[in-house]
Design a protein around this ligand. Structure first.
Ligand SMILES: C[S@@+](CC[C@H](N)C(=O)[O-])C[C@H]1O[C@@H](n2cnc3c(N)ncnc32)[C@H](O)[C@@H]1O
Length: 182
């Protein structure tokens, strides 16, 4: 990607945001449009985070739910996908059902900046740099030390990743919430 495609899609945001807001005045429209993470990149993200059946993976802005569904299917993890767009929530919920992982994966409509993410042991992100930067204080405050944060394509500012990998022209980054004393 996709960077160009992703940024070009932002032009559509005004319309998408308006529709979202009109349907539910309590929730605003998406901050970024839906562009799915390629499946190879999803696999790399989950592998890099070392996801196991003991993990609870939160995808903030879950789109069609592919990251949390794959985490449940391949690793037996629990998953929570959060998206503000009702169409994405409907699509992801249907995909969860189709993949037969509804016992482990929950899709929730909500604003990722407001959601309770404290139960996460792994957080996945595919957002723009400005959203990543806006989200950093929440990740730092709400997540337990040791929680892995995996994202791709866009920067997290001066958060120095523990590991990176290049896949399909995209860079995947792993970062870990440090001990509280740090
Ligand atoms: C680039 S897509 C990534 C989808 C998925 N995480 C993936 O990697 O395949 C970003 C998603 O974030 C959602 N989104 C944008 N702003 C949001 C917000 N404030 N709260 C929750 N979801 C949001 C969009 O609706 C979209 O589905």
């Amino acid at each position: 990607m996709q960077r160009r495609q992703f940024l070009a899609g932002l032009g559509a945001l005004g319309v998408a945001g308006f529709v979202g807001a009109a349907e539910d005045s309590a929730l605003r429209g998406p901050d970024v449009i839906f562009v799915p993470t390629p499946n190879d990149v999803v696999d790399t993200m989950l592998k890099m985070a070392g996801v196991t059946k003991n993990d609870t993976v939160y995808d903030l802005g879950c789109g069609d739910g592919r990251i949390v569904i794959t985490a449940a299917q391949k690793y037996g993890a629990r998953g929570v996908g959060i998206d503000i767009d009702p169409e994405r929530v409907k699509e992801a919920t249907a995909n969860v059902k189709k993949a037969r992982v509804a016992d482990r994966v929950k899709i929730v409509r909500g604003d990722l900046f407001e959601a309770d993410i404290s139960a996460a042991t792994v957080v996945t992100l595919y957002l723009l740099t400005d959203l990543n930067l806006k989200l950093r204080p929440k990740l730092w405050k709400d997540l337990n030390p040791g929680t892995r944060v995996v994202w791709h394509a866009f920067s997290m500012g001066d958060w120095k990743p523990e590991r990176t990998a290049d896949v399909q022209g995209s860079t995947v980054y792993l970062w870990r919430i440090p001990p509280r004393t740090a």
